[in-house]
Design a protein around this ligand. Structure first.
Ligand SMILES: Nc1ncnc2c1ncn2[C@@H]1O[C@H](COP(=O)(O)OP(=O)(O)OP(=O)(O)O)[C@@H](O)[C@H]1O
Length: 267
């Protein structure tokens, strides 16, 4: 079964269409990246996938259900995570906040509304997700004392706490240096052995090294499968693609990599 199916989805906030007949799929344990120019509709598409808006035509299903019905199957790491760096909250507490399911199941009505302490199941779950992202040694540290990359790992652990089948991240590496970007994407690649990942990213040259599929979105969408391409979107030894070249290649229905020694590929 496909984890996410977007079928011929069109959407407009007002008269101007933002998405026009957009289709894409995320399979089980696939790592899919959405790229595209500013204003191309990436955040809007994520909002539709999470059930915040309804498409005007077309259909979105997550595990065969509507986005609203499937909400608990989706983990979300928002863009520019707003953490008050002065607030004295520990890493472990930040991660445990991502586990609303346990509160509902294990606590009384008062604690459901105002959770003041966490039970052992939640603590163990938070510890294991911190282990998954390589941050368990920092669990008692203040969130404000971590680097941008470390903080992003903690936010990923927080989203994993709800045991999602689909993890969605909106520009997880903005304002992180290239080494930090590579670490985050290689972590996502590792996580995609157990769950499906959909990530919006502007870090083109890095994401093409890690993603299984890249969807170029600019009102309409083109999907490029990087696994089955006759030539990967990687330059020959000693050469390199700049971001503009990559964006141009991906913005076409077929990736014509011939000028770099490759063959044309139909997506
Ligand atoms: N709430 C809204 N009301 C009206 N128009 C909106 C709204 N949100 C976004 N838009 C418009 O929809 C279009 C797509 O915006 P969106 O934020 O989805 O693009 P994006 O690809 O995520 O851009 P960026 O890369 O800059 O984050 C833009 O023209 C934007 O101005």
């Amino acid at each position: 079964m496909k984890i996410l199916k977007v079928e011929k989805v069109s959407f407009a906030y007002d008269r101007e269409p933002v998405l026009k007949e957009v289709s894409l799929e995320v399979g089980e344990r696939e790592f899919v990246a959405i790229i595209g120019p500013n204003g191309g509709g990436k955040s809007t598409l994520l909002k539709l996938i999470m059930g915040q808006f309804e498409p005007q035509s077309g259909q979105i299903t997550v595990l065969g259900k509507s986005p609203k019905e499937a909400r608990e199957e989706i983990g979300y790491v928002p863009q520019n995570t707003n953490v008050n760096l002065e607030f004295p909250i520990r890493v472990l507490d930040v991660v445990m906040m991502g586990n609303p399911k346990q509160h509902r199941e294990a606590a009384g009505w008062w604690e459901r509304l105002f959770p003041v302490r966490y039970n052992d199941i939640e603590k163990r779950c938070a510890y294991s997700t911190l282990e998954k992202v390589g941050m368990e040694a920092y669990m008692h540290r203040r969130i404000g004392d971590l680097s941008g990359g470390q903080r992003q790992r903690v936010m990923i652990a927080r989203a994993l706490c709800a045991h999602p089948r689909l993890l969605i991240l909106d520009e997880p590496t903005s304002s992180i240096d290239v080494e930090g970007q590579q670490q985050i994407f290689s972590l996502l690649k590792e996580l995609s052995k157990d769950l499906s990942i959909l990530v919006v990213s502007h870090d083109l040259s890095v994401i093409t090294d890690y993603a299984d599929k890249v969807v170029y979105l600019n009102r309409t969408a083109y999907t490029h499968d990087l696994r089955n391409a006759p030539i990967h979107l990687k330059p020959p030894e000693g050469d390199h693609f700049c971001e503009v070249e990559l964006m141009q290649m991906l913005s076409q229905k077929s990736c014509d990599c011939e000028q770099h020694g490759g063959k044309e590929k139909d997506s």
